[in-house]
Design a protein around this ligand. Structure first.
Ligand code: AP5
Length: 184
């Protein structure tokens, strides 16, 4: 079994690259952002609980996200997973290690992108696709949440010798080729 985390700030290209890597490696792609947006659009109990938190650009409670992940891991196929947008807190990282301990601990692929490039990508997507959290105030909060709660995980994975950082700028194909080298 192979498990990867595709890691990086909002707009780093996690979703873009995770889809391609999952197809290449025949892994199950799990995006917690996409799972949560689906709950919101179906107006489920979880969706109603998380809607405002997501609209503010803050992190949803660990307990909610951990339960979605547990369910997906139990129902995923044995080749392995690419986690996109998860984990985002130290508690989530520990939870994931517990869930995968008997299988294969995940390797983290970290996309490095400058703050200016992130702001440009997210503002552009806000104009084009209209994702509701791609507005100026929410983007600011998402980047802050990343810096405060998620970026410290880089030390956690570096300490566990499970961190590979890759330049996340250039064309999408450039970035993919860099990642491909790391996973082949
Ligand atoms: P989530 O959906 O995970 O959003 P995010 O981390 O803010 O990431 P994005 O989807 O904006 O960016 P990305 O890195 O995937 O880049 P993408 O490929 O899309 O989370 C949304 C919310 O859900 C959170 O704010 C939180 O509230 C909640 N949530 C989710 N997971 C959670 C968790 N674990 N715990 C708690 N709360 C959680 O690319 C971005 C744009 O750039 C696209 O338009 C793309 O086309 C473009 N692009 C990509 N690569 C390139 C490139 N090389 N050059 C130019 N443009 C590029």
């Amino acid at each position: 079994m192979l498990n990867y985390i595709i890691f990086g700030p909002p707009g780093a290209g996690k979703g873009t690259q995770a889809k391609k890597l999952a197809a290449k490696l025949n892994l199950t792609h799990i995006s917690t952002g996409a799972l949560l947006r689906e709950e919101v659009s179906r107006a489920t109990e979880i969706g109603q609980r998380v809607q405002e938190v997501m609209a503010r650009g803050e992190l949803v409670d660990d307990e909610i996200v951990d339960s979605l992940i547990k369910d997906k891991i139990q129902n995923g196929h044995e080749a392995g997973f690419i986690f996109d947008g998860y984990p985002r807190t130290i508690n989530q990282a520990r939870n994931l290690d517990v869930l995968l301990a008997a299988k294969a601990l995940p390797l983290t692929l970290n996309l490095e992108v400058s703050a200016d490039e992130l702001a440009k990508r997210l503002a552009l997507r806000g104009l084009e696709s209209g994702r509701s959290d791609d507005n100026e105030a929410t983007i600011k909060n998402r980047l802050l949440a990343y810096a405060r709660q998620t970026e410290p995980l880089l030390d956690f994975y570096a300490d566990h010798k499970r961190l590979i950082s890759v330049a996340g700028e250039g064309t999408m194909d450039d970035v993919y080729q860099r990642l491909e080298k790391e996973v082949s």
